[in-house]
Write a protein that binds this ligand. Structure first.
Ligand code: HGY
Ligand code: MN
Ligand code: MN
Length: 413
């Protein structure tokens, strides 16, 4: 116990688990690659499930591969769920998602160690394919868990490498039999690295997250005519590569012109036949638009599609658009935001309220139960990059706040 009777996590144990999990799928530069439902993801899942079992948690795997480890409460009440994800992007860091899951495990272990019983059960879990890097949409597993995406549609989802989600779940042994809607949370908490520059720039340790911005992901397939780069006059070209380049520049100009929270990213772009002397006849590209304001996000979408259609038509290029993900902004429970803020202050931590620029599993829970998120700083605001880093004392400070909030919420009626 520490001064003032408040319980704190075992920071060394948390860091040991974080580094042990980071060894699974480790890549050069200190990062991690555990794309959803790959062999590396299976190995990461097996390691975390092993820790859950060592703690004596009741482990369930549902039909879309979501995993929950539950410590019983003293009353027959719905669980408080502490969640996040352990799948990563291809160039992931050690902390995105993994930190929230392992801090949840640490919270449960610390309560058990200290002999602290809670009325509500407490569950720690990881949700399938949060990143959306291999299968789209992102937050797929938590969306199914919370009824925002149909199970059958999720299982039929085809990855960027052609695999089917249901087949991959079976292949790695995580096609569970628990119903996806079996567990209704009393509350949901998620601890996560900020993945942006705000906390570090302001010298603040804890973020009391107010909500998550809206996300719009689309895939465009642009159809042109391949032709000789040397003999084809400019006025006779149907150049899919040129149209793609115009679109990428347009969305960046749009985001800069809108300002505020508006962001736009062309993260994937495949040119065919991708040869120096052939005018491209096909481009497949993605557009990621986000904003905290749904009306502004819809305006950004309208303006973008109008530009895409006009630019493609002028070049004689065909356009096929496929929606990959579309989530409206969500606001977290005001009382939960207050709890995070109060717990941070009670522990002498600097804290500020802020929205999340990144998507999180928490946004799937927010419409259905009191939901809160806690941020800690990201060094240099870097994430989705092997250089992702957060200082151990900040990681431990975040876990201490999570412990205090979860203990308080799980004690309730
Ligand atoms: O894209 C996101 O915001 C999250 O990392 N899935
Ligand atoms: Mn994440
Ligand atoms: Mn991420």
């Amino acid at each position: 116990m520490t001064a003032g009777g408040a319980l704190r996590v075992d920071g060394d144990r948390l860091m040991r688990r974080l580094f042990a999990l980071a060894e699974v799928g480790a890549i050069d530069g200190g990062g991690v690659c555990r794309l959803a439902l790959t062999d590396a993801d299976r190995a990461g899942r097996d390691l975390v499930v092993g820790w859950m079992r060592e703690l004596g948690l009741a482990v369930t795997v549902d039909r879309v591969g979501n995993v929950l480890g539950t410590r019983a409460g003293t009353a027959d009440l719905p669980p408080v769920i502490i969640g996040s994800h352990i799948d990563t992007v291809r160039t992931g860091g050690k902390y995105d998602g993994n930190y929230g899951v392992l801090a949840g495990l640490e919270v449960i272990e610390r309560l058990r160690e200290a002999g602290v019983a809670t009325r509500h059960p407490i569950a720690v879990g990881f949700f399938t394919n949060e990143e959306g890097a291999r299968f789209q949409p992102d937050m797929l597993g938590s969306a199914v868990h919370q009824g925002a995406l149909a199970l059958d549609a999720a299982l039929a989802t085809v990855a960027i490498d052609g695999a089917t989600l249901g087949d991959e779940l079976a292949r790695i042994g995580y096609a569970g039999d628990a119903p996806v809607d079996a567990v209704r949370a009393a509350a949901y908490l998620e601890l996560h690295v900020e993945q942006g520059p705000v906390l570090e720039r302001e010298g603040v340790t804890i973020g009391a997250v107010t909500g998550v911005q809206g996300i719009s992901w689309s895939e465009l397939t642009l159809g042109g005519v391949s032709n000789h780069a040397g003999t084809t006059p400019m006025a006779m070209r149907t150049d899919a590569g040129y149209v793609a380049a115009e679109i990428a520049c347009f969305v960046r100009r749009l985001a800069r012109a809108y300002g505020g929270a508006q962001v736009a990213t062309v993260g994937h772009l495949t040119v065919r036949p991708n040869l120096v002397n052939v005018i491209p006849n096909q481009v497949v590209m993605t557009i990621d638009l986000r904003n905290t304001d749904e009306d502004v996000l819809q305006r950004a979408e309208r303006e973008t599609w109008a530009f895409v259609e006009a630019t493609a038509a002028a070049e004689g290029v065909t356009v096929a658009r496929r929606a990959l993900a579309r989530f409206a902004p969500v606001a977290f429970d005001p009382a939960m935001i207050d709890r995070v803020e109060a717990a941070a202050k009670a522990q002498g931590r600097s804290v500020r309220r802020m929205p999340s620029g990144a998507g999180h599993d928490a946004q799937m829970f927010a419409p259905r139960c009191p939901t809160g998120m806690i941020f800690v700083p990201s060094a240099g605001g870097i994430s989705h990059n092997v250089r992702e880093h957060t200082a151990p004392d900040e990681l431990i400070a975040g876990a201490d706040v999570l412990l205090a909030v979860v203990r308080d919420v799980a004690a309730g009626d």
